[in-house]
Design a protein around this ligand. Structure first.
Ligand code: FAD
Ligand code: NAD
Length: 367
């Protein structure tokens, strides 16, 4: 037994248990890990099917049962971080004693590499759609009340719509509703809204269909994916963000998280590449943030400016980068995040290596 456990690759398997009172059923997941939080577990209850997926490093642990009795729509999720315990508290519809939790469904009690699990989707309702630039909009989707899902900083989800009879999926990166949203959060009911900044391409396949949705219509949203790890920000002194066009979207939560949660942070600098001034997403918010928080600086670089533009011009280049990426000292902890069109990201990565930044100091956002 001991040899088996040691020989097995990856973290050791979680387990689960359940108990009840007259009115509640509590499912407890023992993850055996310390770095567990509310975004580690995704819960969906639909008809009588109950599904709780816990993500532990690159693995996924699934509790998936057809519940033996009916429950109410809402439930709560609690995490005891220091012991890695997750509690999901369900409310019984009737105060009867349950003999069993339910019947196992597909992959119940399995612990498998995340890459081998399919993406799970739930239908979310379009709540609002606001113009941000001439072609980019802020979409707000509402999760069903029977879902607990928090998208981790730096991760994306897939949106799915039926288009001419086929289900089409594309990745999008959730953002905050604004760069100043930390002040609003306490009044929101626990994270039921997901916001996206999405550019509509008139000749595109997916985005024109998304843009056709009316308030109240549904779009399916997947579980999160992505390889950004929040610990990359721990003890950071200088954070540099290189974003092009909608490549700005992963930077939004990274920026907010770093400014609010990293005490060692000295400077966050965003270099934002766009074609024209009209294409700059949240320009006035970025300028306001730079004014309010002296740790934050923003520089706009345009590749197709009008003759009136007096700021920086052109594509990403070694000259622009070497001027911009000034570390405080040889030993200061630095992270450079990059996101944009593929040629932008690829050229940027090469330039950063040539400027002697190490692999650990660079994170590029890709699918
Ligand atoms: P597509 O059909 O893919 O077309 C896009 C553009 O390319 C159009 O102008 C089209 O005319 C042109 N085009 C298509 N095919 C060709 C061709 N063969 N030759 C020349 N031109 C062509 N986007 C966002 O707006 N917000 C986000 O938060 C966001 N997050 C992302 C996260 C990840 C991880 C990744 C990988 C991408 C993300 N994207 C995001 C981009 C998004 O996934 C889509 O690629 C984008 O919305 C375009 O989809 P579409 O189907 O409408 O356009
Ligand atoms: P865009 O066409 O408006 O271009 C924005 C800027 O990107 C340009 O001003 C230029 O500086 C730079 N750029 C464009 N083409 C370049 C090239 N060939 N070489 C060097 N630099 C170039 O950009 P957009 O339409 O907003 O597209 C944004 C891209 O970001 C999309 O391809 C999208 O898929 C990608 N994206 C990826 C993620 C992710 O991987 N996590 C997230 C969001 C967006």
């Amino acid at each position: 037994q001991v040899t088996d456990t040691l020989a097995k690759e990856g973290p050791s398997s979680p387990s689960y248990d359940w108990f009840q009172t007259d009115s509640l059923v509590t499912i407890v997941i023992y993850t055996k890990q310390k770095d567990i939080n509310l975004d580690s577990v995704i819960v969906d209850h639909r008809d009588d099917s109950f599904r709780a997926e816990t993500v532990i490093k690159d693995y996924s642990y699934l509790v998936h049962v057809a519940l033996s009795h009916e429950i109410q729509e809402d439930f709560s999720v609690l995490v005891v971080e220091n012991v890695g315990k997750i509690e999901i508290v369900l409310k019984k519809k009737e105060n009867t004693s349950w003999k069993c939790l339910g019947h196992p469904q597909e992959n119940h009690n399995s612990f498998i590499p995340k890459k081998d699990t399919g993406l799970f989707y739930r239908k979310c309702q379009l709540v609002s759609k606001e113009d941000v630039t001439h072609d980019t909009k802020l979409f707000c989707l509402m999760l069903p009340p029977s879902t607990h899902l928090e998208v981790p900083v730096g991760q994306h989800v897939y949106l799915r719509l039926p288009i001419t009879g086929t289900e089409i999926v594309k990745p999008y990166t959730p953002v905050c509703d604004s760069l100043f949203s930390e002040f609003k959060e306490p009044v929101l009911p626990n994270n039921i809204y997901i916001y996206f900044l999405i550019k509509i391409y008139p000749a595109g396949f997916f985005t024109p269909e998304l843009d056709q949705l009316q308030i109240g219509d549904y779009v399916s949203v997947s579980n999160p994916e992505g390889n950004f790890i929040i610990s990359q920000l721990q003890e950071l002194e200088d954070l540099f963000l290189l974003a092009a066009g909608t490549g700005f979207t992963p930077m939004v939560k990274v920026l907010n998280y770093a400014l609010t949660n990293i005490p060692s942070l000295r400077k966050v600098k965003l270099m934002f590449f766009n074609k024209t001034e009209d294409d700059i997403i949240w320009r006035s918010q970025l300028e306001k943030l730079a004014f309010k928080d002296k740790r934050f600086e923003v520089e706009f670089v345009l590749s197709a400016p009008t003759s009136e533009w007096s700021g920086k011009q052109g594509y990403i280049s070694p000259v622009l980068l070497s001027e911009f990426l000034k570390r405080r000292s040889d030993t200061s902890k630095v992270l450079i995040c990059l996101c944009g069109p593929t040629p932008f990201t690829e050229q940027g990565m090469k330039m950063l290596h040539d400027l002697n930044f190490s692999k650990d100091e660079i994170h590029s956002f890709t699918a």
